[in-house]
Design a binder for this molecule. Structure first.
Ligand code: GLU
Length: 547
């Protein structure tokens, strides 16, 4: 067979050589050990936690090594494409501080290794397809859908492996005349790889996450170009990652079964094989067993979920790093104030079987992260969130940021900061009472007579002085307690509760409820200081009037 003639027959318009193309994309000038990696999503419009995990891993590996992270859009499957999906992906990842150094952007491509959208690279793939054909490593196949279905049925009946291989690879060794006749008749064809592999042979391979793998050679003549001339993922992966000078491929381990073929393909094309980082799936506990997070069953798989709930970006990153690298938590304990970027991420520490996503742990991490933020930052982030997801509340916060910041400063700083907020969604419940519109009517414990509560509140109003320090303030609360025959001796009360009509805790609760509408609130003295004299007094008077 004259492969050169076949190559000309199949690709008459391709004049460039692989060397020409290679020369357009010189080796990158980067420091030794720099990782060049990419995210290569298909633009389906759904951005999920797995994308963020992959994004964080890739971003860390690239940027902590002085390398490059780029975004390549794998839009070879036009049927699955959703308009605007690339923009949604870029924005979602950017929201989580994952920035690309080059690749597809809102306004086109940025970088010298493009185009970064696969459909725009058709002519490049064809140069390498032609080369493979000219070397006898690829050939056209004219099988129809019906023929392929029949083949599959036969394989199923014979309990054989599926695929186009061995005796099933019926277009493998056809003559150029037969091929020409088909082309002249206008019959569509796909380009197939001519596999030299055998499933009898195995070899060792090192994956950065999975460790040493024993791989069985691929014997299937997989499709490289579909009948419209657009490549399959496999072929595009090899050509793009070679020309974009990718050093590390970080991707989901659902691609592991294709790895034998990819290795074969890189070799056949004379390309350098990148290093592979195959990440396991995200899983959750479902009853007593683990299962993969599912788009259908688990709303928490979608990234929009976390934004809506109001988990701060920093909390998500911090939590995911906890899940991804088992030594991160120790590092964080030793470096509580360091930037997350100072942690040295290692793909070798990923759990090869996948990571367990634990919502309760995320909540915990988020509480810690928020408790360590300055009040000003909390105010800014909370306001931003509320403006989008609870605009009424957002307007209130934004109308007086100084007031909101004072509220959010309560119990902040020091060794044991308060941990009231896990998400921004928690904030309204926690601090809403500071705003009259959200103040609820108190529900006093019915075991106390309304007259007693009213008496307490009136006495408090008589004694209340906004200028008091917290010690004096509390002395006054204690004085009221004694005046009405309640006790300030909590120990004695514990020993015999029936001996007292109530305690200083009850008195505080009456006042707290009158001022905040709730039985639980941050430090009441501070609350009053922030509300100011007039509002505090007005609230208490209002409650007395309604008793
Ligand atoms: N387009 C592939 C996907 O979305 C990319 C896999 C890869 O990163 O190579 O799964």
């Amino acid at each position: 067979m004259d492969y050169q003639a076949l190559a000309e027959l199949l690709f008459p318009n391709v004049t460039e050589t692989p060397d020409d193309v290679q020369a357009r994309f010189p080796r990158r000038q980067l420091p030794e050990g720099a990782v060049v990696t990419r995210m290569a999503p298909s633009p389906t419009g759904f951005v999920h936690l797995g994308n963020l995990v992959q994004g964080m891993i890739s971003e860390r590996m690239a940027h902590q090594s002085g390398g490059v992270l780029f975004l390549r859009v794998e839009d070879t499957d036009a049927k699955r494409e959703v308009p605007g999906a690339v923009e949604v992906l870029i924005d979602s990842l950017e929201h989580y501080s994952i920035r690309f150094d080059e690749g597809a952007t809102h306004t086109g491509d940025n970088g010298s290794y493009g185009p970064y959208r696969q459909r725009q690279r058709a002519s490049i793939y064809h140069v390498f397809a032609k080369k493979l054909v000219s070397e006898g490593k690829a050939y056209p196949c004219f099988c129809t859908e019906e023929e392929l279905t029949a083949m599959r049925e036969q394989q199923e009946a014979n309990k054989e492996n599926f695929g186009y291989y061995g005796k099933y690879a019926i277009w493998r060794d056809r003559s150029i005349d037969e091929i020409k006749a088909q082309i002249d008749a206008g019959n569509p064809w796909v380009l197939r790889f001519k596999s030299e592999g055998s499933i009898e042979n195995q070899f060792k391979f090192d994956d950065l996450v999975k460790g040493k793998l024993t791989i069985t050679e691929n014997d299937v003549d997989n499709v490289l170009l579909k009948s419209d001339g657009i490549p399959t993922y496999h072929f595009a992966h090899a050509v793009d990652d070679e020309l974009m000078r990718t050093t590390h491929v970080v991707r989901g381990d659902e691609w592991l079964p294709s790895l034998p073929f990819h290795i074969q393909l890189f070799k056949a094309l004379g390309f350098n094989l990148p290093k592979y980082v195959h990440i396991g799936p995200l899983m959750k506990m479902d009853g007593n067993s683990k299962r993969k997070l599912s788009k259908r069953k688990d709303p928490e798989l979608a990234l929009t979920y976390y934004k809506g709930e109001g988990f701060p970006v920093q909390a998500m990153r911090e939590y995911l790093m906890t899940v991804l690298n088992s030594n991160f938590e120790d590092w964080r304990r030793a470096n509580p104030d360091a930037a997350i970027e100072d942690f040295k991420f290692s793909p070798k520490k990923l759990n090869p079987a996948g990571s367990l996503f634990d919502y309760a742990k995320l909540v915990d991490v988020s509480k810690n992260v928020i408790s360590r933020m300055a009040a000003e930052e909390v105010c800014t982030l909370l306001t931003q969130w509320a403006m989008e997801f609870d605009p009424g509340f957002g307007e209130k916060l934004a109308s007086d940021p100084e007031f909101a910041t004072k509220i959010l400063a309560i119990g902040r700083g020091g060794k044991k900061p308060r941990k009231d907020l896990a998400t921004w969604k928690d904030a309204k419940d926690y601090m809403g009472f500071f705003y009259d519109e959200y103040l609820q009517k108190p529900q006093f414990d019915e075991k106390f007579d309304k007259a007693v509560i009213s008496d307490v509140l009136n006495r408090f109003l008589e004694k209340f002085d906004i200028a008091d320090d917290s010690g004096t303030w509390f002395e006054k609360v204690k004085a009221i307690t004694t005046e009405i025959g309640f006790t300030t001796d909590m120990k004695a009360y514990k020993v015999d509760p029936t001996a007292f009509p109530g305690t200083v805790a009850d008195v505080s609760t009456f006042i707290r409820q009158a001022v905040t509408g709730k039985t639980n609130s941050p430090d009441l003295y501070t609350v009053m200081q922030i509300l100011g004299k007039d509002r505090t007094v007005a609230r208490i008077r209002n409650v007395i009037a309604q008793l």
